[in-house]
Design a protein around this ligand. Sequence first.
Ligand SMILES: NC(=O)c1ccc[n+]([C@@H]2O[C@H](COP(=O)([O-])OP(=O)(O)OC[C@H]3O[C@@H](n4cnc5c(N)ncnc54)[C@H](OP(=O)(O)O)[C@@H]3O)[C@@H](O)[C@H]2O)c1
Length: 515
Amino acid sequence: LAALVAHPAAGPLVLAALRRHGRDAGLAPHELPAAVVLAADPPSVADGTLTTSGKIARAALVARHGARLEASVSAPTGAADLSTAPTGEADPSTAPNGGTDLSLRATDMAGLSTGSTDLPDLASGPDGGLAARLARVASSLLGRAVTADEPLVDALDSLGAAALLAALTEELGRPLPLPAWFASRSLTELAGRLRPAGSAPSGSALVDEAARELARPVALGPLTPLARPLRTVLLTGATGFLGAHLLEELLASTGLRVVCLVRGASDGAARERLARACLDLGIERVGAALAEPSGRAPGAALADRVTVVAGDLAAPRLGLDEASCDELAASVDAVLHAGAVVSWLAPYAALRGANVDGTRTLLALCARRATPLHLVSTISTVPADGDEDTRLSLTAAASSPYALSKWLSEELARQAAARGLPLAIYRPAMIAPHSVRGTSNRLDFIHRYLVGSSALGCHLDLGARLDMTPVDFVARAIVALLTASPGGGPATHLVNVAQSMTYAELGRAMVAAQL
Ligand SMILES: NC(=O)c1ccc[n+]([C@@H]2O[C@H](COP(=O)([O-])OP(=O)(O)OC[C@H]3O[C@@H](n4cnc5c(N)ncnc54)[C@H](OP(=O)(O)O)[C@@H]3O)[C@@H](O)[C@H]2O)c1
């Protein structure tokens, strides 16, 4: 075994087999192993690499083999394949030379910036060969011939996309405008959107689309303000991280009834989804009460205050039939709109339905009885040095599809407010885990950054500040503002700059806490 393990072909063969099995099992490219270390002696309790209960003692194993593993990851023959290239990676067991050389398929990050000069000129066109240049860089990165017209973005996962973006930026010697990147499905389209240095600014597709959106007036009938007490609130986004905590807070600190608009095949299915979301976030009392059939102790009183309506922000009339929509409009005294597709990577087309059309539909619903809209927006709609009265310009907002969708949602609400609809806007910065429960939004950036940092044992050493506010603080603030001024008010920023940490401080705190 010792001789086999020491053979130079053994490592690459095992690695290729593991990667092949991983790919067959549907793992994403970044989940495939990048290197292996073969050892003849298995982990044992005697040498401390196994615990007495037979589990792997990770720290001892890393101490023993870590350096070799690191070396093989960084070696140029390491198979760090970022691509989802259909041709895949060479299988050394079937390669003509016995297949121990993986270097041809390796991604050599050092060579990315130059692009491979011996690749064929894959495209040329009205952009003066720019598409061909970008295709050469992509080919070099992905280890296969990439054509400028193929729908490349679909073929990349987020890591691959980030690597390609970095390589193209380096090739061009200047930052690649993200709106152009997000709006392009192929490198030909991207090249068409890139403005040669010194030429006149070209219109961005996103800006044009947003301008068209703003030109479509919000459908409002005549507004007749009705003074009425606040008894029932329509809450959107209740299955989400903030929304579930808003529901908890509304039930705990007010006597209000809450109607939750939740996606689901039926009202019952939507109620089950909401119960599960609350339980997953540790909001036990609310989750358990919703899961109980109505009328049964102990959560009956709580559950009776919650009505769950199956609906979709992106659908006409919220996906309700006309009668249900009329009933909803007639029964609520305020709308707390926290629902949105929250993604910094999604293209505008994936955000528009929930984030822009959804606000439009809710504004029309509110307008029927001049029902106040309490809109959860984001701090990303204002400039970094702005205040509650400042707004990004359309062009600045269009630097990200997500920020643009929230900015448009605000703009449409302002149009309605200018015509008399009561409005309040809340703009949180990053919403952080619960201050007591520690529960977090497992899909969001903060959670992934902290978990990733801890797993990798490294952090970003940056002076940039992470402006984070615990979700329970944000929910409490919004509910307090809503109940204090149900008829709306000025925009409010829910930020935590003074107590926030920089990436570097957060990293040091994690190291100190041995996380
Ligand atoms: N997270 C932050 O750091 C942050 C910062 C500033 C502002 N905000 C704002 O705060 C609000 C809540 O964010 P979050 O982090 O709690 O987001 P989240 O966890 O992703 O929740 C989003 C919610 O919106 C719902 N939703 C999405 N599309 C919908 C549709 N078409 N119809 C009905 N419901 C839909 C989701 O329902 P499903 O369960 O059906 O998907 C979910 O309940 C958003 O308006 C966001 O822009 C968030």
